[in-house]
Design a protein around this ligand. Sequence first.
Ligand SMILES: Cc1cc2nc3c(=O)[nH]c(=O)nc-3n(C[C@H](O)[C@H](O)[C@H](O)COP(=O)(O)O)c2cc1C
Length: 315
Amino acid sequence: MPNRVQVLFGIQYPIIQAGMVWCSGWKLASAVSNAGGLGLIGAGSMSAEILQEHIRRCKQATDKPFGVNLPLLYAGIEQQIEVLQQEGVKIVFTSAGNPKLYTPRLKDMGMTVVHVVSSIKFALKAQESGVDAIVAEGFEAGGHNGREETTTLCLVPAVVQTVSIPVIAAGGIASGRAMVAAMVLGAEGVQVGSRFAVCEESSAHQAYKQAVWQAKEGDTVLTLKTLTPVRLIRNEFCERVRLAEAAGATVEELKQLLGKGRARKGIFEGDLQEGELEIGQVSMLLNHPEKASAIVESIWQEFCDVKKQLANTDI
Ligand SMILES: Cc1cc2nc3c(=O)[nH]c(=O)nc-3n(C[C@H](O)[C@H](O)[C@H](O)COP(=O)(O)O)c2cc1C
């Protein structure tokens, strides 16, 4: 029996490939959707024109459902929404902003809207704004993160208890085993970021992918906590931020230190010292290139195998 997340999106497996700046263009999103999951184009690193191009190419590459991740804090948001409407995009995952500002409009345009949260408070706010589902993203996750630092293991059951709409778990999920754990906690789907960020169809730079495969336990850190917390691989840029924060830098000083285009520099251009190398703690388990379709298949296969094993054990 398909669950609420499978029905909501019309997908075979409740496995969602996260929208990720500089990683998830049409190639990755269409590969995941063709494999039976839900692929998301990451609009956060795209102008409205580039986004339109990616949506069009995605439509050519798959006849399966796909969506767009729309971070709500960027200046070009109005033009991006226009493109979504023009292109008839059906599924939108919003993040990094107030869902009350955009959800009613996106719903009026006939879209299925999901919002990403990192706390119970924001889960409630998202539900009140009328979204169809919530992504509960824990502290382990790559990219931008909540100030509360709640782990996936604590956040998912807490959000499931609080809201009545379907919950999709994210943060530290890169295997079928982790998917079983998330579903046992009450999630009805998983959003996987880091493992797809370094797959073959990801548009990230090869040097960034190598750095992720080499990352060991403790190599990522939640940084820029007083500005916009983001999980990165430790490098010279992170060290400068750490020293500035320890010296009591103001928000303005941190903004200056961050400057513009750090994520592009790190993820897309492969500058391993000066760029932001966004990735989750689960990078400690990733060590080789894979095709996106192989990731979907292996997560689903392991999920089914582990469920069977558990059903056959007494404890
Ligand atoms: C390289 C990278 C870029 C990301 N960019 C975005 C983004 O543009 N918008 C967003 O909502 N989340 C973004 N995230 C977070 C993911 O959408 C996802 O929720 C997270 O990666 C899940 O945790 P995991 O990395 O442990 O799988 C990004 C994550 C990574 C690793």
